[in-house]
Design a binder for this molecule. Structure first.
Ligand SMILES: Cc1ncc(COP(=O)(O)O)c(C=O)c1O
Length: 377
């Protein structure tokens, strides 16, 4: 049996998405910047996709900029905010994805910004009082805090954070790569958020495509210079197949969002129950077994100390279960995770992250738990 429980790293493409992309892959070869028929036909696909994405987010198409994925979108938001919006101070956390963490560290190393890390509480949640306190003393600040953590699943109250940022005139960027198309975003409601990011391969779309949402109140210049694509905001011939796939993946996700969410929550709760009754001393990192305050697709399991800790992931892989030790970069090697260090997870307890999608089944969960229990027997 082969079981894929690493959906926070990437998800399998939905067949409906694949079908939507095929005609474009076969016949949609025109360059969208060409003014002749072949180009115009493809340009219209891009603009239709942009409108569709904007409809799902309840924003305007002009606020959506397609990128090569989440990493580029995070980079664009942060680097352009510093360069174009007079930001001299960034507030972030120690558990951000490297797309954010390494970007802000680079800006600090170049002497362009001061960096402050907001405190996390005992469950790994951002301490909002501390955030409020930091912002009350710092002008021209960018706050970059992820909506859901990709390793331990903690959720940030986006609206509340956006209100705190607004109170102090800070710009707010949230890495929503793990939550886009897993939750509804209504940009007319969370209208104080300035930047959001998306990556299609996290919700059964293709890899190498995503977008940056830029609130209409914010004016930035391109990060990637070249042609006049994306209304002069990102040079480079557009990834048309990807854009069409991303748009379709959003349609499929939002059409049955509640049903998919309930189904996956059921899988996650089932796995918690099965683990609790199969492995003595099992625990959960941060707040990921708190269903109300964690991303429903992620379960970060803290296992009892064992001599075979370095071999756990390898053995699970041999038994046919794909899971991860932390972020995707550490899959297959139980390398140290800055997130687990950031939440001060006990170093003697190995972590396995299981992450789910609507394509998983209870039988797969049973199999994965049985394999892990066997390793612990
Ligand atoms: C929270 C988060 N941000 C950013 C990224 C990067 O996205 P992409 O793979 O599209 O570059 C990921 C992917 O693992 C992620 O989980």
């Amino acid at each position: 049996m082969k079981v894929y429980l690493d959906n926070a790293a990437t998800t399998p493409m939905d067949p409906l998405v694949f079908e939507a992309m095929v005609p474009v892959l076969k016949d949609g070869f025109g360059n969208p910047s060409s003014t002749h028929f072949f180009g115009r036909k493809i340009r219209s696909l891009i603009e239709r996709a942009r409108k569709n994405v904007a409809k799902h987010l309840n924003c305007t198409p002009g606020e959506i900029f397609f990128t090569s994925g989440g990493t580029e979108a995070d980079n664009m938001a942060i680097q352009c905010a510093v360069r174009d919006l007079g930001v001299r101070h960034i507030v972030t956390s120690t558990i951000e994805h490297h797309a954010v963490g390494h970007t802000v560290e680079k800006l600090k190393a170049e002497g362009l910004v001061e960096l402050t890390y907001v405190h996390l509480d005992e469950n790994g949640h951002v301490d909002l009082q501390h955030l409020d306190q930091i912002l009350s003393t710092c002008p021209k600040t960018l706050v970059s805090l992820m909506h859901a953590n990709n390793e331990v699943g903690n959720l940030l109250p986006l609206e509340r954070v956006s209100e705190i940022c607004e109170k102090h005139g800070a710009i707010f960027h949230s890495d929503t790569v793990q939550t886009m198309a897993h939750y509804r975003f209504d940009m007319k409601v969370i209208d104080k958020v300035h930047f959001l990011t998306c990556s299609a391969h996290k919700f059964h779309g293709p890899k190498g495509i995503g977008f940056l949402y830029v609130n209409k109140d914010i004016q930035i210049n391109p990060l990637i210079h070249g042609g006049s694509q994306e209304r002069n905001m990102r040079g480079g011939t557009e990834n048309v197949y990807g854009i069409v796939g991303l748009s379709k993946a959003m349609d499929v996700a939002f059409e049955n969002l509640i049903a998919h969410k309930e189904y996956v929550i059921e899988l996650k709760s089932y796995m918690i129950e099965r683990l609790n009754s199969s492995i003595e001393g099992v625990a959960y990192n941060a707040d990921c077994n708190n269903l109300a305050r964690s991303l429903y697709t992620v379960l970060s399991v803290s296992l009892p100390p064992t001599d075979i800790a370095p071999m756990l992931l390898f053995n699970m892989d041999i038994m046919g279960v794909a899971c991860s030790g932390g972020s995707a970069c550490t899959s297959g090697a139980n390398a140290g995770s800055h997130v687990l260090a950031g939440i001060e997870a006990p170093v003697d307890r190995p972590t396995i992250r299981f992450s789910f999608s609507r394509f998983n089944t209870k039988e797969e969960i049973d199999y994965a738990v049985d394999c892990l229990a066997e390793l612990y027997s």
